[in-house]
Design a protein around this ligand. Structure first.
Ligand SMILES: [Zn+2]
Length: 246
């Protein structure tokens, strides 16, 4: 073999070697994609393609799927039904800024003095909040099961802070709820007004559930936000204000 043929043979060898490497690379990529897909199938909370089921633990895709459900009543109610949450629906009422096309009422939810009809996204967030934050925090920080959650109301046809002008409140459509206190099975009552300040377990509990609410509600306002919230947490699902958590 002369020098010319030798170098041609070596070039062919290099080409074959490069093609084999490419094939191996593609194979590894394919194996990776299949493994990733299988992993997502068994971890639906991290998969943006899996339908939202509230019984799944919170995951990377939960917030995205929650956001997709805001403003889509039928999809939201499908989430509650799929997740085996007890709820009922009431016919639409009201008009103008206070029109309520979505009135959803949770069944078996420990709200007190009553369980008001709210928007479906608020119902979904309340369910997640109770299960993932309020109930476990009561047990871990205060050493008691949660008995009830006291609220100050959900629906109120008014503008923010009750003014004559300005933006309409999320309460105008019951897309919000105000929470005042938590009653424990051991009889204790932990209130936002009475227990927010200080560094005792009650204050730690209130801070933990305020922070926990930010995982399922779009807006969370506590005494730390302003004096108007000294006696309650305002929780709403307004997607325009997403991110306020204080
Ligand atoms: Zn409020």
């Amino acid at each position: 073999m002369n020098r010319y043929n030798k170098s041609r043979a070596s070039a062919r060898g290099n080409t074959h070697f490069a093609a084999a490497r490419r094939a191996m690379g593609l194979l590894a990529l394919l194996v990776g994609v299949i493994a990733g897909w299988q992993w997502l199938q068994s971890h639906p909370q991290h998969s943006p393609w899996a339908p939202l089921d509230l019984r799944d633990p919170p995951g990377w895709a939960t917030r995205t799927k929650m956001n997709a459900m805001l403003g889509d009543v039928s999809e939201c109610r499908a989430v509650l039904a799929r997740s085996d949450v007890n709820f009922s629906t009431l016919p639409p009422t009201g008009e103008g800024e206070c029109a309520r096309p979505d009135r959803t009422r949770l069944g078996n939810y420990p709200l007190s003095p009553d369980t008001p009809a709210v928007t479906c996204p608020v119902a979904v967030a309340l369910e997640l909040w109770r299960r993932d934050s309020v109930a476990p925090s009561a047990l871990a920080i205060l050493g008691s099961e949660l008995a009830r959650i006291e609220h100050l109301g959900a629906y109120s046809c008014r503008r923010i802070y009750g003014g004559a002008d300005g933006a309409w409140s999320e309460h105008a459509t019951a897309n919000a709820i105000d929470i005042a206190a938590f009653i424990l099975e051991d009889g204790r009552r932990v209130s936002v007004l009475g227990d927010w300040d200080g560094d005792d377990p009650e204050a730690a509990f209130l801070r933990a559930v305020r922070d926990g609410a930010c995982n399922s509600f779009a807006t969370v306002l506590s005494p730390e936000y302003n004096a108007a919230h000294a006696d309650h947490f305002h929780l709403d699902q307004d997607d325009r204000w997403a991110g306020v958590c204080r």
